[in-house]
Design a protein around this ligand. Sequence first.
Ligand code: TRP
Length: 325
Amino acid sequence: MSRIFSGIQPSGSLHIGNYLGAVKNWVELQHKYESFFCIVDYHAITLPYKPDDLRARVADMALGLLAAGLDPAKCTIFVQSMVPEHTELAWIFNTLTPLGELERQTQFKEKASREESVPAGILNYPVLQAADILLYRAELVPVGEDQLQHLELSREIARKWNARFGASGFFPEPKGLLTPARRIMGLDGQAKMSKSLGNTVDLLEDPKSVWEKLKPAVTDPKRVRRTDPGTPEVCNIYHLHKAFSPAATVEHVAVQCRSAGWGCLDCKKVLHESMEKELVPIRARAKEIAAHPAKMKKDLAAGAEHAGSIASGTMTEVKKKMGLT
Ligand code: TRP
C-alpha cells in the first residue's frame, strides 16, 4: 500500500469548503492508502496569534476531522508539534534550499506583501512542509492546486538531499494527488469559501443557521425576477447541488432553473435537504466525540506515537548519512 501524507492548518472548525475540497476525499483515501493526516500547528504560528486561541483551534479541527469520518483505526491522525522531528528535518532542509526558490513561491509573495515586517517563518513555510511529507517518505500528497508549487519544491529538496548524501531513492519524490472536487466558492459567489471572508457554512453548523445563510446566498446574477429563466452553470447554488445532491436531483434542478419552473428559494430548499442528509450523521458523530474529550486526546496521542516511531526511524538514517551523531 502506498503511503500518503497531507496537512491541514488548525483554522478552527471545518467549513464545507474544507470538507468538500479536501477532507471528504481524505475519508475515502484512508481506505486505499497507508494514510497520515496532520494538523499543522507549527505552520500556523508564522503570524501573531493568541496561544489559548490556537489550542482551541487545534481541538476544533481535530473534532471536525474525526466527525467528518477520519477514523483513527484506519489512518494516522496527529498534531504536528507532538512529533518534534518535523522541525528537526525542516532545519536540515533549510540548509539545502536556495533562498531564490523560496522567494519565488507565489504564496510567499502574497503573504509577505500583506505584512509590514515579514517573519522568516513565512519564507521557510514550504521547507517545513517538505519535511512533513518526507519524514514519512510519503509518495502521494492529496492537495488542492494551490499547493502544487510547494510540492514541486518538496521534490527538489528530496532530489537534492538524496544526491548530496549519496542516498539515491532514500526520499521518494512525492507527487500530488489532486482533489477531485472543484474549488468551493463562498456563499457570496465571489471568492473561494474562506473563514476570513465570512462567506462560509460550518460543517457542524445547526440546520436553522445553515438555512438562514442559504436564503440570501448569491445565485445566477442575471436571474432577477422569479419568472426569468436561469443558467445553472453560473450559479453557485447549482455547484453546491453537484457536491451534495444525487445526480438525478442535480439534473432536475438544472431543468427547473432553465425553465424558471422553480424560483431560487425552491432550489435552495432542496439543496438544504441534500446537505442535511450528509451533515446529520457528521453532527451526530461530533456530538459523540465532544462528549468524550479524553478519548479524542488519547486518539491524537496514539496517532503522534505511531507517526513519531516512523519519524524517528527516518531521522536516525538521515543523521547517519549526514555525519550527525
Ligand atoms: N500548506 C498546506 C495548506 O496550507 C498545509 C500543509 C502543511 C500540508 N504541510 C503539509 C499539505 C504537507 C500537504 C502536505 O493547505
